[in-house]
Design a protein around this ligand. Structure first.
Ligand code: TXA
Ligand code: MG
Length: 522
């Protein structure tokens, strides 16, 4: 099929209206995103929308009208709350769901007994609906699963050859789809946030709920309040990960990821390839540019994208709702502890893994080295140690390390006392030195309770015999000494049960294991 590109002229609009009246498909601009329209009362025409988009048939369409008076025949009843919303907002980027009338067929309603109605604000959209002489069923004019189109060129990319015509009405003013609210439930519930915010609606009809899936996604066994919730959405080809961080932490994090793209705000200082979506404190600009940015990333061939997190209040809720779906709910939270913990028993080969991660460009913090540093110029710490172990661990203003070791390692009780003082100092120093997603190479990670500071924990394990041999050779100790040391440590099962990832360091594919784990973490 040859897809005609039409203008917003009187002639073209009446031509497009006739196409719809005759059962054809026409894409048209709205204030939110481009829609793909057909006669809502013509089952065959509506079916062809599902085919052109590749849309699952149980996902209902919104029925668009050009006049408030055209709503009544489509629904069972216009309830007082519905009337209040229509009076206050229509025409608007707002869709209202009500029990449907007999006029609405099964195809357009996806088999539900409700119907979604909207009167768009965009004048071209209303002129087209009027010219077609019928209510117009219209989903967003993208291939199912891709970001909704906010410019005619993206409709051409997705729909060329599949539909009768595309009306080019320039860029969409708002940029994300309408707010969808159902009034068919006891408490009105927002199923999809948009330009008309919860606060604006509550000011008119009182309490409104927001469906849980709006911000968190669907649980496996959950029934979708809106069929659209359960399908993949807005996803570019690239894998998108949202980074929950302030400006500086986000910049540091992404600027260290040379192989990725940033999806950031205009004012962010980014040194890797980037696409912006608006300004930090301007949710309207974010909404306007988000889908365009996602499509641009695909055009640039991005494979991995780190997105700056938008503020999810007001219109920002709509931006966050779309972005989190584009990211398939992947978030790295840099506000939480952001170390990757690396631990394991003596001789398991943790050192090798640490070196390998260093070579891959990670900031690896070797806690054993930091233990030696914490005593320098730290009078307060030395005082604490002296109070615990006696003044002869001091040589003037400095530490007598040998003496401290003799006393502290003379009994398990003393070792525990020393650890209690030393571990927090080491962790504090690591935190000072750490770049985002630093690797905390800590033999005593669990003993120090430092796993709570870690985003993920990797343990390295190896068979007992191998560990024994390694530490005897490395530390020039006897079998008895090596046995004693290994037996004093946590057992392998503990490491396995308390870690997110385990590296088995008796295999030949250690490098591959490391690579896989890091890819998964990032
Ligand atoms: O801004 C918009 O609303 C755009 C423009 C073109 O008007 N349209 C749009 O349509 O975004 P679509 O089909 O891409 O999204 C409609 C959403 C879907 O998630 C669908 O599941 C939900 O609304 N929906 C439609 N009818 C429903 C109903 N009766 N009950 C529950 N959810 C419904
Ligand atoms: Mg859509």
């Amino acid at each position: 099929m040859q897809t005609k590109i039409l203008s917003t002229s009187e002639y073209d609009i009446s031509l497009a209206g006739k196409m719809i009246a005759d059962g054809g498909l026409v894409a048209f601009p709205t204030e939110t995103v481009y829609g793909l329209g057909a006669n809502a009362l013509d089952d065959e025409a509506v079916k062809s929308i599902y085919t052109a988009k590749g849309r699952p048939s149980d996902n209902p369409l919104i029925v668009h009208v050009s006049d408030k008076a055209d709503i009544a025949p489509l629904v069972k009843e216009i309830t007082p709350k519905a009337q209040a919303l229509i009076d206050k907002f229509f025409p608007a980027p707002l869709t209202i769901i009500l029990p449907k009338s007999e006029k609405i067929g099964k195809v357009v309603s996806g088999g539900l007994d409700t119907v979604a109605v909207r009167m768009p604000e965009n004048e071209t959209a209303r002129r087209l609906i009027k010219a077609s002489g019928c209510p117009v069923a219209a989903p967003s004019a993208n291939t199912s699963g891709l970001p909704s189109p906010t410019k005619a060129k993206y409709v051409i990319d997705d729909m060329s050859g599949k539909i009768d015509a595309i009306i080019d009405g320039g860029d969409c003013a708002f940029g994300v789809e309408s707010t969808v609210i159902t009034l068919a439930t006891e408490t009105p519930t927002i199923l999809r946030p948009g330009a008309v915010t919860r606060e604006m609606i509550e000011a008119v009809i009182g309490r409104v709920d927001v469906a849980r899936a709006v911000l968190e996604g669907m649980k496996n066994d959950e029934v979708a309040a809106s069929p659209g919730m359960k399908y993949k959405h807005y996803a570019p080809k690239a894998k998108v990960v949202i980074v929950d961080a302030n400006k500086k932490a986000y910049e540091d994090f992404v600027n260290a990821r040379q192989d990725a793209f940033a999806l950031c705000f205009e004012e962010d200082n980014i040194t890797i390839p980037k696409v912006t979506f608006g300004r930090e404190n301007d949710d309207l600009s974010q909404a306007r540019e988000l889908f365009d940015a996602l499509r641009q990333l695909d055009e640039m061939g991005a494979k991995k994208v780190y997105a700056r997190i938008p503020n999810a209040t007001g219109v920002g809720m709509a931006v966050y709702n779309r972005l989190i779906r584009a990211a398939a709910f992947n978030i790295i939270d840099l506000k939480k502890p952001f170390f990757i913990g690396l631990t394991g028993q003596s001789g398991a080969g943790k050192g090798y893994v640490g070196k390998h991660l260093s070579a891959l460009g990670f900031n690896v913090l070797d806690c054993d080295k930091f233990v030696k540093k914490i005593y320098d110029n730290n009078a307060e710490l030395l005082q604490k140690l002296a109070a615990e172990f006696g003044n002869d661990i001091l040589k003037g203003n400095t530490l007598d390390r040998k003496r401290l070791a003799e006393i502290a390692f003379s009994s398990k009780e003393n070792t525990d006392k020393l650890n209690k003082i030393v571990h927090p100092e080491v962790i504090a120093l690591c935190e000072k030195e750490a770049k985002p997603l630093a690797v905390l190479d800590a033999p005593q990670l669990f003993e120090a309770g430092a796993q709570s500071k870690c985003y993920k924990v990797i343990s390295v394990v190896a068979p007992y015999d191998i560990r024994l041999k390694r530490i005897m050779e490395r530390d020039k100790i006897t079998k008895e000494q090596a046995d004693a040391r290994l037996n004093a440590q946590l057992d392998e099962e503990y490491y396995i049960n308390h870690s997110d990832f385990v590296i088995y360091n008796n295999a030949e594919d250690v490098d591959i294991q490391i690579k896989k784990i890091m890819e998964e973490i990032l």
